[in-house]
Design a binder for this molecule. Structure first.
Ligand code: PBG
Length: 326
């Protein structure tokens, strides 16, 4: 008890503060999302996400080299195809945008290449799967996801990250990969993905806004924590190697619960809207970008995430360079 106990003793000296710090955020924990667009020949700035661009296939290696040079270990790749159609065929085309990007990067980097797997960027209606009537048909979609996973693995993906929230998606992809000889390719499942308005800027970036309706028939209700644990549990049973929670900052309690309930590696996706909020406030001079970045990413790690998918990955890596960090 006070005055014998003084919590401030270990805070008064910067060296001691570092020694008692409980959470270390390393560049090694970060995954950098990258958009590749078949419709452009020069990098195209995404207005709601300052510092983030869509890259042409032959421009993406420069950004990859930047990430690699900064010690960021992995990229999460998203494609914007030239041609969108009802069944999202470019998602599983041999020469699809992601497949071409994977082959190209595979030759030029040692980064871990994670392929996001969803159809919303590839369908003309912007939904995450095959639409039958006015619904996203679960089981028809699984066949398309399975084909996409195999074609991504064939093109060189080191890991497949299904983000469509279909039931049975992880099991279907696991079986397809195994049958095609990719039993060594891990799955990072977007397991607890909430139907979130924080994805707004991403949909501008990936041109993947649904033409009608929304994603609430497959993405989770943000009010539900128990259901999130069930989703994660099922994905682990179906063979997920890493499970993800998304968004991150508004769902730290879910990350913490998952950390306490499961022993698999845990990823959190700090999404486009989280990034846009901080950048917008910083642009107005209302928040300091650098310190809010470190505080936010540390909070996600402290909550229990082993790895964080974040648009701030390169900025964070730069911020610790020269400070003995990394
Ligand atoms: C689906 C997908 C989305 C995001 C990642 N994968 C969008 C959605 O579900 O509408 C969002 C990521 C972000 O907002 O940063 N392919």
């Amino acid at each position: 008890m006070y005055p014998k106990t003084r919590m401030r003793r270990t805070r008064g000296d910067g060296r001691l503060r570092t020694m008692v710090r409980e959470t270390d955020l390393s560049v090694r924990n970060l995954v950098y999302p990258v958009f590749v667009d078949e419709n452009i020949s020069k990098p195209n700035a995404i207005s709601s996400m300052p510092g983030i661009y869509r890259f042409p296939v032959n421009g993406v290696e420069k950004e990859a080299a930047r990430a690699e040079g900064l010690g960021v270990p992995a990229l999460m790749l998203f494609g914007v195809p030239k041609k969108k159609d009802r069944m999202g065929t470019q998602a599983y085309a041999r020469d699809g945008i992601i497949q071409r990007t994977l082959r190209r990067l595979k030759e030029r980097t040692d980064l871990v290449l994670i392929a996001d797997l969803c159809l919303c960027e590839y369908t003309d209606h912007g939904h995450c799967g095959a639409v039958v009537g006015d619904r996203v048909d679960n089981d028809r979609t699984l066949e398309l996801y399975a084909r996409t996973a195999v074609s991504q693995a064939e093109a060189g993906a080191d890991m497949i990250a299904p983000s469509g929230m279909m039931d049975g998606m992880v099991g279907a992809i696991r079986t397809a990969l195994d049958d095609a000889g990719f039993d060594w390719t891990p799955i990072m499942a977007y397991s607890a993905k909430f139907a979130s308005s924080f994805y707004g800027p991403f949909r501008e970036a990936a041109a993947s806004k649904p033409a009608f309706g929304d994603r609430r028939s497959h993405q989770m209700d943000g009010a539900n924590a128990r259901e999130a644990m069930r989703e994660i549990e099922l994905d682990i049973e179906e063979g997920a190697d890493i499970v993800m929670i998304k968004p991150a900052l508004p769902y730290l309690d879910i990350i913490r619960q998952a950390r306490e309930s499961f022993r698999v590696p845990l990823a959190a996706y700090s999404v486009s809207g989280e990034y846009a909020m901080v950048r917008a406030a910083a642009a107005n001079g209302w928040l300091d970008y650098g310190s809010v970045m470190t505080e936010s990413l540390t909070a996600i790690k402290r909550a229990g995430a082993d790895m964080i998918v974040t648009y701030m990955a390169l900025d964070y890596a730069r911020s610790v360079q020269g400070k003995g960090g990394a």
